[in-house]
Design a binder for this molecule. Structure first.
Ligand code: FE2
Ligand code: FE2
Length: 150
């Protein structure tokens, strides 16, 4: 399922919005590399890249959430942790699995990641928008790119 960035996905923080665009682009690339008959190292590298980007993005996003007083930090973080666990498991199975396991993973991975990401951005991350706007209007200017990680 190809997904494309829409301006309506923006939460109003440049670093977070750039991450979301990059995540969508990587899922699009995953779709493209899995469509090739000899899908292999390119797929694994793309999944690893997506996992690394997600890990860094979730740290940035959670730091922003703390800074802007986002109320559902724990619930939101749980969603992030579940996706990271899933990506780690996919990578482990993919790298150690036989061709049949790899094919099974590839059949559903791109679509399910695209569905998760769009749902998470439009339903979960979108809830941050009013808090980002309030922080912008306030005296403290908060931007994820300026926050310490962790
Ligand atoms: Fe999120
Ligand atoms: Fe996000």
């Amino acid at each position: 399922m190809p997904i494309a960035w829409k301006d309506s996905f923006a939460i109003g923080d440049d670093a977070i919005d750039a991450d979301h665009r990059a995540m969508m682009a990587l899922i699009g690339r995953l779709d493209a590399v899995t469509a090739r008959p000899a899908a292999g190292p390119g797929v694994e590298a793309t999944i690893a890249q997506l996992r690394d980007l997600c890990r860094a993005h979730f740290q940035r996003e959670e730091a922003l959430q703390r800074a802007i007083g986002f109320p559902d930090l724990d619930g939101h973080r749980l969603g992030h942790q579940m996706l990271l666990k899933r990506l780690d498991a996919v990578l482990a199975h993919f790298s150690s699995g036989c061709d049949q396991i790899r094919a099974g993973i590839l059949r559903t991975l791109g679509d399910s990641l695209a569905t998760w990401l769009v749902f998470h951005i439009t339903r979960g991350d979108a809830e941050m928008r009013p808090y980002v706007e309030a922080a912008r209007r306030g005296r403290r200017r908060v931007a994820a790119s300026a926050l310490p990680l962790g």
